[in-house]
Ligand binder design. Structure first.
Ligand SMILES: Nc1nc2c(c(=O)[nH]1)N[C@H]1C(S)=C(S)[C@@H](COP(=O)(O)OP(=O)(O)OC[C@H]3O[C@@H](n4cnc5c(N)ncnc54)[C@H](O)[C@@H]3O)O[C@H]1N2
Ligand code: MOO
Length: 395
């Protein structure tokens, strides 16, 4: 059997980072920056007030209380500014440019709030409540480096330096295609022999949680022809495809039957539990990577975490490798099949312990939903006594 590490290595050697595109800011959330973002001007571009109050000369308010004439009113956005002469005050709002001559701002709370004259009750040092030009960023300064994932705050600084578009690797578009004649759409009545399709929802959501754009394709039954038709239709918008089901040893395995003859997708047994039957390769003219995951709900989810998630990171232009692990002390003993790496479902506690959930079958979706970690048991270990330190993958 192929090892988990060899399977991941093959996947990572096959998938490529997506080409960068000029993305509108509205489409850039989660994308990976592929250029340096530089501020063309200083930020803030001009000295401005940090508070609503009065711009004055510090020397004029050395002795308080003092009453000064209010010679002007400046709102944020004002560009017609009267200079502040000795003994004058200008009413000023937060963000408004500080007029020439003024060297300090007195918050309105320290005054009587007058509009013709103002009486100031507290003195303020020079530079009080003034935000200086370039205090955030200097002109020509790099504000974001290539390889940065664009989150809300990063979008903010990109817009803040005046950019409308940015060169970035987009979110990988991943089509999720469930197969199985037994699958019914959630929300409909189950007929005898049917179950509700859950994998396509789990996997589409897992794609989104991993920084991709997930699209759930209509499910197909057990007919390889119908599967190929649906795959062809979906390939147009896919940077990668995930299928679930139809990859093991049964009489009706549409994914395996349809893809094996292409010669570009390999179906193998990987030495892991769950998730043993795996298919991986490329399809279509554009050599789109395809992950043919096993149908058992826990198996497909674990396979996603181990193989698809790292691949999506690579497609996003990020460092990619096996999932990050930690260590915890296991509550209760564990068993694991010889020669296979087990990924048991557990609840990781803040006290540093991990408790296996009840129900470790590959079909036990409720137990998976109750878990927050995978407990890794190496290939050569079959029994883990209670209290042993084990490797865990937080979910
Ligand atoms: N003779 C053998 N039988 C099986 C082997 C084997 O080596 N020899 N491997 C077993 C293992 S391990 C797994 S995992 C499964 C993989 O099966 P398939 O990928 O072919 O998946 P299906 O047969 O279509 O379904 C398996 C199971 O999962 C349920 N399922 C499928 N799709 C969904 C979905 N979208 N939502 C919810 N549940 C789904 C399906 O009803 C089956 O119960 O094969 C074993 N058998
Ligand atoms: O290896 Mo299968 O994935 O156990 O259920």
């Amino acid at each position: 059997m192929k090892s988990v590490d060899a399977h991941l290595a093959e996947i990572l050697a096959t998938v490529r980072p997506l080409a960068p595109l000029e993305l509108e800011l509205e489409r850039a959330l989660g994308a990976t920056l592929a250029e340096e973002v530089v501020a063309p001007v200083p930020l803030p571009p001009f000295d401005n007030s940090a508070m609503d109050g009065y711009a004055v000369r510090a020397a004029d308010i050395a002795e308080v209380p003092v009453t000064l004439p209010v010679i002007d009113d400046v709102a944020a956005g004002s560009d017609q500014l009267r200079a502040v002469g000795p003994g004058h005050a200008v009413r000023i709002m937060t963000g408004a440019p500080v007029p020439a001559g003024a060297d300090t701002v007195v918050p309105v709370e320290w005054t009587d709030g007058g509009t013709v004259t103002v009486t100031i009750g507290r003195t303020a040092p020079e530079g009080n409540a003034i935000r200086r030009a370039g205090e955030d960023v200097n002109a020509g300064e790099v504000v974001l480096e290539p390889g940065t994932v664009i989150g809300p705050a990063q979008l903010g600084i990109i817009a803040g330096v005046g950019r409308r578009r940015v060169l970035a690797r987009p979110l990988p578009r991943v089509v999720v295609l469930s197969t199985g004649a037994e699958l019914a759409e959630p929300g409909t009545q189950l007929q005898p022999g049917q179950i509700w399709d859950s994998n396509s929802f789990t996997l589409t959501a897992a794609v989104r949680a991993a920084g991709g754009e997930g699209f759930r394709a209509p499910t197909v039954g057990d007919d390889p022809g119908a599967f190929i038709d649906q795959l062809d239709a979906q390939l147009l918008r896919a940077d990668a495809v995930i299928t679930s089901g139809g990859v093991s040893m049964g009489a009706y395995e549409p994914v395996k039957e349809a893809l094996s003859p292409l010669g570009t997708v390999r179906f193998e047994k990987v030495a892991m539990q769950p998730g043993m039957p795996q298919g991986f390769g490329v399809v279509g003219e554009d050599q789109v990577p395809i992950f043919a995951l096993p149908g058992n709900p826990v198996s497909s989810f674990v396979s996603f975490m181990l193989f698809v998630r790292p691949a999506l990171r690579k497609m996003r232009g990020l460092e990619a490798g096996p999932p990050k692990t930690g260590t915890a002390y296991v509550v209760g003993a564990l068993r694991s099949p010889a020669g296979r790496r087990s990924f048991l479902r557990g609840v990781l506690d803040e006290d540093g312990t991990v408790t296996p959930v009840r129900g470790q079958g590959s079909h036990q979706l409720a137990a998976l939903a109750a878990a927050n970690a995978l407990i890794v048991v190496p290939e050569d270990v079959t029994e883990v006594p209670a209290g042993t330190a084990v490797e865990v993958i937080p979910l």
